[in-house]
Design a protein around this ligand. Structure first.
Ligand SMILES: Cc1cc2nc3c(=O)[nH]c(=O)nc-3n(C[C@H](O)[C@H](O)[C@H](O)COP(=O)(O)O)c2cc1C
Length: 250
């Protein structure tokens, strides 16, 4: 296993941090590495806002559903899909509105995610721990207001970056057969793979450092998916919110 693969496989989200800063040089190094990520047709349709101010982080923690790690992290990076800069580039040539559709929304969101993941790997390589915070989409308008985002920009997720004050076990993933197909998608054996993963996750929760969680049935991955998605739509406000931000999802 080479060093890069070893680093990637060691990943686990970190939600407790030492009271140690992330120096601006490190942050710039992390962001420049994020910028090296591939980007659809080089459009680079994302921005990132670094939030260090404790009061602002406290507000983010609250709007994300009282996620304490956001208040504790020394720096909270908010990754945004950004069509504002594309519109600015277009307007250098013609005073026109951007032609938009769902595809352009996807490009910007994918660009933000790829850059953020590069940042995550860069931060981990420097010894920091990270955790994504999708919880900011519980209250996307409040997050937008805190960052004073212009139209055509929306916050996709946050990322806490700090020196780890915990050493959690690596969270197991699905068996490779549940994600890897050759030539065509095969559903053969999928239920068995999911059952096997249910066992793995129950064992993980029963034995992990820092304490277990729930009874055996409650810790099955399939049960967790059922609880999350059975008849429930998550963050239904996102469609209208994106529309108000100026994203056209047609
Ligand atoms: C887009 C995205 C949003 C996430 N949002 C949150 C969040 O709001 N709070 C949190 O504690 N973890 C969040 N996570 C972290 C996941 O829970 C975590 O990555 C997953 O359970 C796998 O665990 P691991 O990262 O330790 O391997 C998020 C991860 C992603 C990719």
């Amino acid at each position: 296993m080479n060093e890069t693969i070893e680093l990637l496989r060691k990943h686990r989200s970190i939600r407790r941090y030492k009271d140690t800063d992330v120096p601006e040089e490190h942050l710039r190094e992390i962001i420049v590495t994020a910028q090296a990520a591939p980007t659809s047709s080089n459009i680079q349709a994302y921005s990132v806002v670094a939030v260090r101010d404790p009061e602002k982080r406290r507000k983010f923690a609250e709007l994300a559903g009282n996620q304490q790690q956001v208040a504790e992290t020394p720096v909270f990076l908010v990754w945004c899909a950004d069509l504002n800069k594309i519109r600015s580039a277009v307007r250098l040539h013609e005073d026109t509105e951007l032609s938009q559709n769902v595809e352009l929304f996807l490009l910007a969101t994918i660009d933000a995610a790829l850059a953020a993941q590069n940042a995550t790997v860069a931060a981990e390589s420097l010894g920091y721990g990270t955790v994504y915070i999708g919880g900011i989409r519980n209250n996307p308008q409040a997050a937008t207001d805190l960052l004073e985002l212009p139209p055509l920009v929306y916050p996709v997720f946050g990322l806490c970056v700090g020196v780890p004050a915990q050493d959690p076990d690596i969270r197991p993933r699905l068996p490779i057969g549940a994600v890897y197909h050759r030539e065509t998608y095969s559903e053969y054996g999928l239920e068995d793979e999911i059952r096997a993963y249910d066992e793995t996750m129950s064992h993980y929760y029963a034995t992990r450092k820092g304490g277990g969680k729930g009874g055996e049935d409650e810790t099955k991955w399939s049960k967790e998916m059922w609880r999350r998605f059975d008849g429930k739509r998550q963050r239904d406000h996102m469609h209208d919110f994106l529309h108000r931000r100026g994203f056209e999802l047609k």
